[in-house]
Design a protein around this ligand. Structure first.
Ligand code: TXA
Ligand code: MG
Length: 336
């Protein structure tokens, strides 16, 4: 049930107020939609076991029905009840990385509605490392299906204000628990194949996963935007173009400014360039700092309505790979 009025509730991330949690849990139990903070990005939660509630997630986001949802749990028992197999490797990975930004794809049990998995026989599970998310799942007593709480194709929300921009009037409650620490989405790892494959790089990197199982690799789509991709993801309204090297970036910015365009730039390095039509956003130069600021910077740039956004291409390898994946998807190369 989606109401025309959205209730804004503020909750302390360290010590969530039980009465606020009880209000949000009640909304979830009766089939409503609650945006909640997680350590990666804000999620749009509904009772994962209630197909009608799950259907409203797709409606509110404008999400294609063939894109499955992650189910969030607060315990290993809850996770195990949602799958038909819980291999020893899942147990090891959960012990190493849960709660945290790792999502595991496993064969689903019949309890999980087909709508959640978009008809797939497997379900994606994650235990978020955020006291508000965990306390809300515990209070509700239910697994929560939760995609990122943005309108489809918009950058993921890393603070409650972003959720409000996209979702005010479309969902029941927004729980404001402060900014998300990680800033980009979880790593999605499929345990359906042997060896397991990373389907989406994220907060847990390949080196960390390989300490548990050295055979883990990237899936075929990681590292490139598949040719079939019809829509941009995580994208601001203006076309995004990535450019290698600060000199080339500044040259292109100057050329566009000379032609009368409004230009936004997302860079790891500052510039001496100044212009009334130039909005230059400098984000941290380390991968975790960059990830934490990335979506916020894209939304800030977008708000100034540039004709074009130029993005300094991030380095390769290690913890940069998750950032590079989001940059590729936000850029026009992802297709329109
Ligand atoms: O960090 C995150 O993962 C955030 C927070 C809210 O938990 N959630 C998130 O959800 O990013 P969403 O819906 O924006 O992205 C979920 C990703 C999609 O790429 C989806 O295709 C994949 O997980 N996924 C979900 N269920 C799957 C399944 N059964 N098999 C394969 N991929 C799946
Ligand atoms: Mg998303």
């Amino acid at each position: 049930m989606t109401s025309a009025r959205t209730l804004d509730l503020t909750v302390s991330p360290e010590d969530p107020d039980p009465t606020v949690l009880a209000t949000a849990a009640e909304v979830l139990r009766r089939g409503g939609l609650v945006a909640l903070p997680t350590e990666t990005v804000y999620g749009l939660g509904a009772n994962a076991l209630d197909p009608a509630a799950v259907a409203t997630i797709f409606q509110a986001k404008g999400r294609p029905a063939d894109n499955p949802l992650i189910v969030h749990v607060d315990s290993l028992e809850m996770a195990r009840a949602l799958v038909s197999e819980w291999p020893p490797l899942a147990q090891q990975l959960a012990e190493a990385f849960w709660p945290g930004p790792l999502t595991m794809v496993l064969p689903k049990s019949s309890r999980v509605p087909d709508l959640v998995t978009a008809g797939l026989p497997a379900v994606a599970l994650r235990m978020p490392a955020h006291p508000v998310a965990l306390a809300l799942i515990r209070e509700t007593g239910l697994p929560l299906a939760a995609p990122s709480a943005n309108r489809s194709t918009r950058p993921s929300p890393t603070e409650a204000a972003h959720v409000r921009e996209d979702m005010a009037g479309r969902i029941d409650v927004i729980l404001d628990g402060g900014p998300s620490r990680v800033g980009i989405e979880s790593t999605v790892l499929s345990l359906l194949t042997d060896p397991p494959l990373v389907l989406r790089p994220g907060g847990v990197d390949l080196d960390q996963l390989r300490r548990i199982d050295p055979r883990i690799g990237y899936g075929a789509d990681v590292g490139k935007v598949s040719p079939g991709t019809r829509y941009r993801h995580y994208a601001p309204k203006a076309p995004v173009m990535r450019i290698e090297g600060l000199d080339a970036l500044e040259r292109e910015a100057r050329r566009l400014l000379d032609s009368g365009a409004r230009v936004g730039v997302l860079s790891r390095e500052p510039t001496a360039l100044t212009h009334a039509r130039l909005d230059w956003q400098t984000v941290p130069g380390d991968p975790d700092g960059y990830a934490a600021e990335f979506y916020r910077a894209l939304r800030r740039l977008d708000a100034r309505n540039p004709d074009r956004i130029l993005l300094l291409d991030p380095p390769r390898g290690g913890r940069w790979e998750a950032v590079r994946d989001r940059v590729r998807r936000a850029s026009s190369e992802g297709g329109l």
